[in-house]
Design a protein around this ligand. Structure first.
Ligand code: NAD
Length: 246
């Protein structure tokens, strides 16, 4: 067990918190093999999220998105399993110490680790929805069709299929954002795990918690614009910090 002073301080924060929430981003899943958008080995460096994650581009050039899904997103997400950081957050919830995980991630790994209360701000790429008849498909079923159909069409009505995620240029689901805002306003410890804290409006939530008197702890490999308001900052892999303190 690590006994350095910041680790001890974090253990103390967790032990004394009555309302702790975690806020996760792509960095928590990096150690599960899912590329982040930013950071040294981020997806930005190989593909262009400004194209594949943009809603206007999705409609004007759906083949670009579905090629990316076929070659990059599906292989990464279908093979990924939760890592020690996801598991540590699930354990904190089971012990009654963590009230919710607010996540920007679309990979479902926090639920796979056993977390019950997960607020998905940006949806979940494992669900594919038909924009016409609203039927859902699994990503596995759609991936199979991509071998012969690009872009894929709804098998029931021939409509446009879209992953159930929030693209750049789309609004966040209001009910989820409302719950995330309430959790941020009422918590006394706000634990950021693996987020560059630049994608708005989600990245404003640590500030909401801070302004309502909560302690803010940031665990992110690189520095973030909100490091200056945090009570503790760890520029270390999420799995190392969380498995050491939980
Ligand atoms: P981001 O890509 O902007 O930033 C990721 C951060 O994680 C970087 O600052 C990096 O320093 C840090 N990081 C990398 N490995 C880490 C590790 N092992 N431990 C701790 N930190 C580590 O991600 P974001 O802030 O979540 O925002 C971008 C958007 O990316 C979100 O909207 C999200 O939906 C989307 N996204 C999600 C996934 C996923 O679901 N796994 C993957 C890529 C992008």
């Amino acid at each position: 067990m690590s006994t350095s002073r910041p680790y001890d301080a974090l253990r103390g924060f967790i032990a004394s918190a009555r309302q702790m929430v975690a806020f996760t981003g792509a960095g928590i899943s990096a150690e599960s093999g899912i590329p982040t958008y930013r950071g040294d080995d981020g997806l930005w460096n190989k593909y262009d999220p400004a194209r594949f994650a943009n809603i206007d581009n999705f409609f004007s050039d759906p083949e670009y998105y579905w090629s990316f899904f076929k070659e990059v997103r599906y292989p990464a997400i279908s093979q990924a399993v939760p890592n020690r950081a996801h598991t540590a957050l699930a354990q904190l919830e089971q012990k009654g110490a963590l009230k919710a995980v607010i996540t920007q991630n679309i990979d479902g790994l926090q639920q796979a680790a056993g977390s019950q209360k997960v607020l998905e701000l940006h949806g979940n790429t494992r669900r594919i929805i038909c924009l016409q008849c609203r039927q859902h498909q699994t990503m596995e079923a759609v991936h199979q069709r991509l071998a012969t159909e690009l872009p894929p069409k709804c098998p029931a009505c021939g409509g446009t299929l879209k992953p159930d995620v929030v693209f750049f240029g789309e609004a966040l689901p209001m009910d989820v954002m409302k719950d995330a805002l309430a959790a941020s306003q009422t918590c006394d410890l706000f634990l950021v795990v693996g987020s560059s804290l630049v994608v708005q409006p989600a990245a404003g939530l640590p500030l909401v918690a801070n302004r309502n008197g909560a302690r803010v702890v940031i665990i992110n490999r690189d520095s973030t614009p909100l490091d200056r308001i945090a009570d503790l900052v760890f520029h270390e892999p999420a799995s190392e910090v969380l498995s050491a303190v939980v």
